[in-house]
Design a protein around this ligand. Structure first.
Ligand SMILES: [Zn+2]
Ligand SMILES: [Zn+2]
Length: 428
């Protein structure tokens, strides 16, 4: 793959302010629900990660998952020792296993870049929000997590997000489903392409990337997990549907909602949104009660979800959902004589100290140039310092909105600026 075809995240100031609004609103909801932020390293131990992702997988499926991890091999070693994190759940489980006491519940979230190799996609880096509730297997905890995801979209003002739900059953009731699906595959070999057949045979919950409509159609004709759920799993799933409906979250049961990570059990869900005529998965998650025992040796029931922040950001940006704070009052400060650096910085310090956004012109030039720059920086007010004025104890203040200027006493600079700000705010 040629280097120029790779795409990395690089957000310039014209996008960063939007990211900050998004993050701020997401964090507001999380904090209301008492979720605490965890900051995980982007670098992970290859072996720990390998054990984590393959914990509940077999053969073919495990190979695929491992192949998607971006690893760095150090020059002096032939082994891959470090990997770029492809997800955060494994690290969160290791962390929780070290600190959790019996009966405790922990709520965590993390945001930031994740890395995965995917054929045909040049984007290996994507921003993700991960949310995990650990230590409870109650139906309530599961519904709290699902509703929290929906709440985040509401807080962001993104309408029309709906849920897709499915149940993977427990370790008992899914066995019969696995057996029957494998039997069905064997009896319908010619109805599937080779890769779908192999992938589904290894993991009946695999989300195949195949675009062949025939494969999809054949899978729909086969056994469905919903018909294999035991009494408890069925009752739990019915309860989830009922609670979500009563909370006003619209959902659709999708018996073919499958996730590549075979570690889920019982409820799995996707957050879906229709954007420009296309149905997009904007995030999703599920319950994973068995994973921790496999990778940390400690049993920790858990439920969580991720939101693909790149997709979310793009949708919000295309819908023009970010608005800059209006009436952002800014002062432009410049000197038109040499050797006034100290004076300039002292005035700036006083204004900054009073919470007034002040931009200092680093060069000494003429008024016309300075006005141009002040306007380009969207400043409302200009302070111009000149040698001869200073000697007379005054400073020139120019109102850029009204194109009007006046001399004010140097010692009254702060109150004059505050007064101008107040007047401009009132004028809107
Ligand atoms: Zn069951
Ligand atoms: Zn196929």
């Amino acid at each position: 793959m040629a280097m120029e075809s790779l795409r990395f995240h690089e957000f310039m100031p014209d996008k960063v302010w939007k990211w900050k609004i998004l993050e701020e609103r997401v964090e507001k909801v999380l904090s209301l629900h008492d979720y605490q932020e965890i900051r995980l390293s982007v670098l992970q131990d290859y072996q720990v990660l390998h054990t984590g992702i393959t914990a509940l997988m077999q053969g073919y499926e495990a190979d695929n998952a491992v192949k998607s991890v971006l690893s760095l091999s150090l020059p002096e070693s032939k082994l891959s020792l470090l990997s770029l994190r492809p997800e955060g759940t494994i690290s969160v489980l290791h962390h929780t296993a070290r600190i959790i006491n019996d009966g405790e519940v922990h709520r965590f979230y993390y945001m930031g870049p994740m890395f995965r190799k995917a054929e045909a996609i040049n984007q290996m880096e994507f921003y993700q929000l991960g949310v995990e509730l650990l230590g409870s297997e109650s139906i309530l905890s599961e519904n709290e997590v699902i509703s929290l995801g929906m709440k985040i979209f509401q807080e962001l003002g993104l309408n029309g997000v709906h849920l897709e739900l499915n149940s993977y059953g427990c370790s008992e009731c899914r066995i019969a489903f696995f057996e029957d699906l494998r039997e069905y595959l064997k009896n319908h070999t010619t109805d599937f392409c080779k890769s779908c057949y192999e992938e589904l045979y290894a993991n009946p919950f695999s989300e195949t990337q195949c675009m062949d409509a025939a494969c999809k159609h054949s899978l729909k004709q086969g056994p469905q997990i919903g018909n294999y759920l035991c009494k408890t799993c069925k009752a739990n799933f019915d309860k989830v549907k009922k609670i979500q409906a009563n909370l006003g979250n619209s959902y659709k049961v999708n018996p073919h909602l499958f996730k590549n990570f075979a570690y889920y059990n019982e409820t799995v869900f996707d957050f879906m949104v229709t954007h420009e005529g296309k149905e997009l998965v904007i995030g999703g998650g599920g319950r994973y009660d068995y994973l921790s025992t496999r990778i940390t040796g400690k049993q920790i029931p858990a439920v969580g979800f991720f939101i693909n922040l790149d997709v979310l950001f793009e949708i919000m940006e295309s819908k023009r959902m970010f608005r800059e704070k209006e009436n952002d009052f800014k002062v432009y400060l410049c000197s038109e004589s040499e050797n006034l650096e100290m004076m300039t910085l002292q005035i700036a310090q006083e204004l900054h100290g009073n919470g007034i956004k002040t931009i200092i012109s680093p060069e000494t030039t003429d008024t016309k140039t300075e006005i141009k720059q002040a306007i380009a920086k969207q400043c409302s007010l200009m302070l111009i310092i000149r040698d001869d004025n200073i000697r007379e104890g005054k400073i020139l203040m120019r109102n850029l909105m009204k194109e009007h200027q006046d001399y004010i006493p140097l010692k009254d600079t702060l109150p004059a600026v505050l007064l101008a700000r107040k007047a401009m705010k009132q004028e809107g």
